[in-house]
Ligand binder design. Sequence first.
Ligand code: ZN
Length: 108
Amino acid sequence: MYVVFSANQESAEGMEELDDDIAVTQTQVNFTCPLTQVEMVIPMKNKTCNHLYEEAAILGLIKTKHSQKKKCRCPVVGCGNSDVRESDLILDQILKRKIQNQKRNSNR
Ligand SMILES: [Zn+2]
C-alpha cells in the first residue's frame, strides 16, 4: 500500500489497474462466437457494446440484413445494440493471440 502524491501518479496507478482487469477478465472470456457457436478464429469486437463475434459470421450477418434494408441487431441475447455496423467492429488482437495460445496448449 502506498500514498498517491500527485495526479500524475494517480493516472499511472489507474493504468496498472486496467491491466489487471484485462488479465482477470481474459481468464473468464468465452471464446465461442454467439453466431456460429464455435470457437472464434478472428474475434471482432463491437466497440459500441463490447460484444465479440467471429469476423466472417458477423460480416455475413450485416451484409444479409443490409441487403434486406434492415438493421443488424447484435446477436448476443439481451444486448440492446440494434444497429451493428461494419465500422463498429475492431479486431481484438489480444483475444486472438489468447485463442491461438490456448489452441497450442490443448493440442499438446
Ligand atoms: Zn452486443
